[in-house]
Design a protein around this ligand. Structure first.
Ligand SMILES: Cc1cc2nc3c(=O)[nH]c(=O)nc-3n(C[C@H](O)[C@H](O)[C@H](O)COP(=O)(O)O)c2cc1C
Length: 351
């Protein structure tokens, strides 16, 4: 990694969290090309998409798809932009983003601040083509017809993105997580798949659709979501979003702030949920594992728990872009140590 990028990452940490984030998004225009040396065996195929390696950027970092070129240059194989809502939205009052550096964690209650579907679509029209780009869609805070709102997002973005992620799991939009309940979820997914079936590409292929779930589900609710996703014929699940939980281990001053907790404390619960859901899906869904990944061993644990692809957010914020190469190298070592020829051979072997 260039010294300049390392220095910039350290300097950003001195600023208030949201100021640093906004600055980073702007500075990404200047990002140098840091494409990683991808060790052998890390190429993956996710629901028909070819990824140069399994590591992607999770939703919420680039909410407006404003920095896709820069993020692609940093070496992510996949970028999930959004969450975008049909209409622009200011989000919750500031401060709404808190570092818990001692815990390698973040608490946020951003509340889907974003520039809306039209602006997002314009960015996707000029998106980079050498990286897989997903569009993560949500709904406005005052939405009264969620299924139609998700369908409008799907209809607008399916022609522009490589995949769609339906976000029903942010803790910062009141009532959103209730859409994970079977009846409501079926309504949302049926509306989105109806939109998908109108956007078949020249080769007859339909864009994959993922559903992003919360980590705070009891086992019965998690299994019901797996069944609903299979019934609705979507392609996979993103497991998981931020948690409302506050483990006793937290020591950061901001630990009592309202919002979703991400980062290291999320690793164990989100990986457990991933394994539970992947076991129940028996190969009928693809899984993107996200939550607390900060090392190759963490990435490997998610793969063994059933994930084909991975995303990170919090550890990237703390460590900067050098984390991509480090995780890929460590992951390759884990695979070689256990005799797996490639990522695909290891997927789900721990469940
Ligand atoms: C500041 C912040 C904003 C986020 N915004 C979104 C969002 O808009 N949509 C979404 O699906 N997830 C969002 N997330 C959740 C992440 O995509 C990810 O699921 C979560 O942070 C767990 O990964 P991590 O432990 O690597 O950070 C956000 C996370 C953070 C820290």
């Amino acid at each position: 990694m260039t010294a300049g990028v390392g220095l910039a990452t350290r300097l950003l940490r001195l600023l208030p969290a949201e100021t640093a984030h906004d600055l980073a998004i702007r500075a990404l225009v200047l990002a140098p090309r840091l494409k990683p040396d991808v060790p052998d065996g890390l190429r993956v195929r996710l629901a028909g998409l070819d990824l140069a390696h399994p590591l992607g950027l999770a939703a919420g970092f680039d909410k407006n798809a404003a920095a896709l070129d820069g993020l692609a240059r940093l070496g992510f194989a996949c970028i999930e932009a959004g969450t975008v809502t049909p209409r622009p939205q200011a989000g919750n009052p500031k401060p709404r983003l808190f570092r818990l550096a001692e815990d390698a964690a973040i608490i946020n209650r951003m509340g889907f601040n974003n520039a809306g579907l039209d602006a997002f679509a314009k960015k996707l029209e000029v998106r980079p083509r050498d990286v897989v780009v997903g569009a993560n869609i949500g709904i406005n805070k005052d939405e009264t017809d969620p299924a139609s709102a998700y369908a409008s997002g799907a209809d607008r973005l399916l022609p522009l993105a490589d995949y769609l992620a339906v976000n029903v799991s942010s803790p910062n939009t009141p009532g959103l997580r209730d859409l994970q309940e079977r009846r409501a979820l079926t309504g949302v997914l049926d509306a989105v798949t109806a939109a998908r079936d109108c956007h078949v590409d020249a080769g007859g292929r339909r864009r994959p659709i993922f559903l992003k779930v919360a980590p705070d589900l009891d086992d019965a609710a998690a299994l019901a979501i797996v069944e609903t996703a299979i019934e609705a014929a979507i392609d996979g699940l993103v497991v998981a979003n931020t948690t409302l939980g506050r483990p006793d281990s937290l020591i950061g001053e901001a630990r009592h702030e309202t919002g979703g907790l991400s980062g290291r404390p999320l690793l164990t619960p989100s990986t457990r949920l991933l394994a539970l859901m992947a076991r129940h899906a028996t190969g009928r869904l693809a899984f993107i594992g996200v939550g607390g990944i900060g090392s190759g061993a963490d990435a490997y644990a998610k793969i063994r728990a059933g994930a084909t692809a991975l995303q990170l957010y919090t550890a990237f914020v703390y460590e900067g872009p050098g984390i991509i190469q480090r995780i890929l190298d460590e992951l390759a070592e884990c695979l070689a140590r256990d005799g797996f020829a490639d990522v695909a051979a290891a997927v789900g072997t721990g469940i």
